[in-house]
Design a protein around this ligand. Sequence first.
Ligand SMILES: [Zn+2]
Length: 88
Amino acid sequence: MAETAGGLDLAPCPSCEGYGWFEDELDGSVSDCDWCQGCGYVYRDVQGVDRPIPPEDYGRIAAELERLEAERLRKLGYTGSAKRPGED
Ligand SMILES: [Zn+2]
């Protein structure tokens, strides 16, 4: 669990489990997660309450998010880039 400057932990979104999106099992379509706005992570405060990360915070925590994402993908067995094709 990573400590941020504000004393909030970053945790994988409980709704999409860190993916940031959902895949519809019926038609295979993909949609962004409403809860984390597609970033895959939320703030978790000391009471264990999750809250969405404000978009203005993304720049400040981008490096940390990237590290957590790489870690998550490694656990899943992926190697290499954490970015989806076409993403820059
Ligand atoms: Zn989510």
